[in-house]
Write a protein that binds this ligand. Sequence first.
Ligand code: COD
Ligand code: ATP
Length: 206
Amino acid sequence: MLTIGLTGGIATGKSTVSALLRQAGFPIVDADIVAREVVEPGTPTLEKIKLAFGPGIIDNGVLDRRKLGQIVFEDGAQLKKLNDIMQPAISSAMADKINFWRLQNVPILVLDVPLLFERDYDKNKSVDKIIVVTASKEIQLFRLENRDQLSNMEARNRVKAQLPMSQKIARADYVIDNNGRIEELQEQVTVLIKKIKEIASTHDAK
Ligand SMILES: CC(C)(COP(=O)(O)OP(=O)(O)OC[C@H]1O[C@@H](n2cnc3c(N)ncnc32)[C@H](O)[C@@H]1O)[C@@H](O)C(=O)NCCC(=O)NCCS
Ligand SMILES: Nc1ncnc2c1ncn2[C@@H]1O[C@H](COP(=O)(O)OP(=O)(O)OP(=O)(O)O)[C@@H](O)[C@H]1O
């Protein structure tokens, strides 16, 4: 199985690329979805978050993501506290999902992981090739503010919580430039899909 890591800066367009790869028939494991699943009502991870951040963070049994986001992205110590709780649960659920697809004998698997480098997916041989989706800081902030209804400062804090884009680009096998129109993004993804299929056809079964 050829495992492709898909990452980039926040709001640079990973989910948009991921949707195109899914349309091409590639199975996807999405770390943002996993991160939501592990805090569903009644989970032990949600209970830990309640203990750490107080009962006000839960509304009718459901995690108040907006409130928690406001707390953690403006205070590094709070973000670390959340990461320490979430990381083991996310990493174990990710491993289960990857294993599921391995057992299905799929030739290609895409891991959509915003924090791929921050969580060392590149170091422990979890991925064979890495795609980084990039956009200028201005475009990134503009898309983030609009998509998540954040102030400029809130958006900047979220960008700052991740490894700088230049370091992600330096560690990429393929870089997708998403500064332009969606059509231009689609063209780059089409070329990449062809390349990935070629590599998968010669990749050793693992
Ligand atoms: C703080 C939370 C509740 C805010 O929820 P919200 O719905 O506003 O954002 P969402 O989860 O959709 O994440 C949006 C983007 O924020 C970035 N992001 C999320 N968590 C983190 C983090 N811990 N550090 C840096 N960036 C992060 C990612 O680029 C992600 O794609 C949520 O992001 C969360 O639970 N984060 C911790 C879990 C985690 O590490 N997720 C990333 C998986 S790789
Ligand atoms: N080429 C583009 N032109 C205009 N808008 C775009 C383009 N690409 C993506 N967008 C929009 O920008 C926003 C961010 O894109 P997307 O959600 O795909 O980013 P992401 O990298 O997955 O973000 P996150 O890190 O938060 O998961 C979305 O609202 C999306 O519709």
